[in-house]
Ligand binder design. Structure first.
Ligand code: SIN
Length: 313
């Protein structure tokens, strides 16, 4: 007998959503990644009665996210989505590198079923924690008719993994989509579609199967007043494989940084230009170093790592 796919699997990875503080009024001096994903679900009675399963994949502050956790998480998401009874996956995560994990999962899995990342800016012990509402909304998004692809549900908005960025260090609506391009809003549990669910071609899990300590080393260097390129030279001596320049404006670089990056490129280092601006693409122009398109520096870095893994596998 065919079972309806109504199961939502919640994968826990830590973050402030699972964080605790000594006092309820302490919104910054807390420790992230203390509570298990089952505890997070228990704090959302409105989810009782839903078909849910919880699995702890990691327990970390996402500032410490690493390649091996990404490998484990991507494999867990893939395995859960392959179960016919699973409708979608929700991932609880820290806010700090959430956009990177979302982008990696989008590029590696590009799932036809929804994968919804969520998080919180306030610890679970706060006077008014935002985690329970975000988790509730994320489950609604994962269960929404037609939902697909990797998205981020946060503060009532649903962001495309390719567009989303953390743009505020403290506010509870800390995320924005580039140029305001939201996928949907969640209003009283109802998902109101505004754009399109993300889609793409999956690179596949095999692309990231190499042992994490053998992944290419790609670093980000920023253009700024006085950028003299010496950082690039230092990185070259350490055997860096790729460099993403977070340029000014349309990916512009000081003369010295441009020269150092061109020397690195000539020596075999992959070099792309992105922008340190909050939004907007970097145009590819003749004679300039290659652009990273509309990717932010951190997402361009992931894209380059995946490209280098593909070139050398
Ligand atoms: C983290 O990213 O794990 C800590 C900060 C947060 O979740 O807001």
């Amino acid at each position: 007998m065919q079972t309806a796919a109504d199961l939502i699997v919640i994968l826990g990875t830590g973050g402030t959503i699972a964080g605790t503080a000594k006092t309820a009024s302490d919104g910054v001096g807390y420790t992230a990644a203390q509570l298990r994903v089952e505890d997070l679900l228990a704090a959302v009675p409105a989810l009782a009665g839903r078909s849910l399963e919880a699995l702890q994949v990691a327990q970390l502050d996402s500032k410490d996210m690493d390649f091996s956790t990404w490998q484990r998480l991507a494999a867990a998401v893939h395995a859960q989505l392959a179960r016919p009874e699973v409708r979608g996956v929700v991932i609880t995560h820290g806010t700090d590198t959430l956009e990177e994990t979302a982008y990696l999962l989008h590029r590696v899995l590009a799932p036809a079923k929804p994968v919804v990342l969520t998080a919180a800016m306030r610890p679970a012990t706060a006077l008014a924690p935002d985690g329970p509402q975000n988790l509730f909304d994320a489950v609604q998004v994962a269960a929404a008719p037609g939902a697909a692809g990797v998205v981020v549900a946060f503060a009532g908005r649903v962001h495309d993994a390719t567009q989303v960025r953390k743009t505020h260090s403290y506010r509870v609506d800390a995320f924005e989509s580039a140029d305001g391009a939201l996928v949907a809003r969640v209003e009283e549990g109802a998902v109101r579609l505004l754009g399109r669910w993300p889609a793409g071609e999956a690179l596949g899990l095999a692309r990231i199967e190499r042992p994490a300590d053998a992944w290419p080393r790609v670093e980000i260097v920023m253009n700024h007043a006085g950028a003299d390129g010496r950082l690039v030279q230092a990185l070259q001596t350490q055997g860096v494989d790729g460099l993403v320049a977070a340029g000014t404006g349309n990916g512009t670089l000081s003369r010295a940084l441009d020269a150092a990056l061109r020397d690195a490129e000539a020596a075999g280092v992959k070099v792309w230009r992105s922008t340190r601006c909050d939004a907007g693409p970097v145009m590819d122009l003749p004679g300039l170093l290659p652009s990273a398109g509309a990717l932010s520096p951190v997402k361009a870095r992931i894209e380059m790592i995946l490209a280098l893994l593909g070139e050398t596998s």
